[in-house]
Structures are given as structure tokens and as C-alpha cells.
Design a protein around this ligand. Sequence first.
Ligand SMILES: [Zn+2]
Length: 214
Amino acid sequence: MDADIMQKIRQRQALALVPRTDKPAKHQPEMLYIGCIDARLDPVADIGIEQGKALIHRTIGAVVAGLDEQGKPRHLSEAASVEFAVNVMKVKHIVVSAHTNCGGLGACLRGDNKPETSHLTEYLEPLLPVREAVLEHPGEEEAHAHAMEEGSVRQSIDNLRTYPFVAEAEKRGELQLHGWVIDTATKLISEMNPQTLQFKPMAAARGTGAGPGR
Ligand SMILES: [Zn+2]
């Protein structure tokens, strides 16, 4: 029988299999990356972020809920991550990255409301206006899913700006907000134009940095 996941992790602890360095990488994050918990995604490997350069907050559907009308965080874990990234680590970028074939966004779109996923239903409430807007347009399931991915990112970027320190840092030009949808299969990124709010494939940069684009 194949070893189960815990067994494989224990086997890898055999020192020769663990990539070891004498000290940890420098913790100098320039980015807060907010992405889904989906098990097929690995932000560091998929996108190619150097160790120590990005804080990573993973949460179902990459939902950013922001502050409520009373100025209280709707999702405390998110609020703490955003606050730490912006006010303490002074990151220059926040990326909100939804992805294709997302179970969380799918559940929101279907309007799932089951006793065994009641927390998830409540958690997805910030996306209900997006769901409504998407379903107003007749279309195929795939088109709706796509519109949900992009719409949820737009909503999350808006919700990020409910944190006054985010809005202020952005206004001062010290912080940029980025909206992405990553293809779960190909890992190619579709990126939101901050002016038009439309998504298009990320423009590849050539000439700097490593990788196949060089
Ligand atoms: Zn997902």
C-alpha cells in the first residue's frame, strides 16, 4: 500500500531529503498575497516568489471582507494579516488572487446553504452582491463562473480599501493593489487593469529576472 500523506512527511524528515540551510531567508516581504486555500495551488511555486519576499494569507476564495459599517473587521484573521503587512512590514503590493474552478466561489454562485457548511455560507456573504450581479446576466455556467472569479476580485479590492490605512497608503502612492485570477491548470495569470477593472492576460516582462521569459 502507498504511504499516506503523514507517512510521506515523516519519511522526508530523514535529513538527507529535507533541503536545509544554516539560517532562514531574510524576512523582507514586499508583497501581501491573498489567495485561496485550494490544494492544487502553491503561490510560491506557481508564481515564482522568492522566499522571504511575500506574506501569504490563504483563505477560501481569496475573499477580502473588509470592515463593516461600525469599522469592525468582518474577518479578524484577514484584518490582522492586512494590518501587519501594511503597517508593520510596509509592503508595496497587495495581490488578491482568485482562481479558476474554485470550490468556494462555486458554492457561493450555487447559493449552497447546508447545515454542514454553515460557516462557509456565512463567510461567503461579502460576495452575495457579486453573485446577484453575475446571475442577472443570462449565460452558460462557465461564463458565470468566470464572471464570479473576476467580480469577487473587484469586490475584494474594494473591501481592502475599507481599511483606512490601506486607502491612505494607496493614496500616498506607497501601496499598489492588484487583482488577479490564476488558471488552476496552467498557472497563467489574468490581471485586472486598475483603471478599467477589466481583466487580461498578464503582460510578460522580458530581459530581467530568471525563467523562461528571459
Ligand atoms: Zn478556491
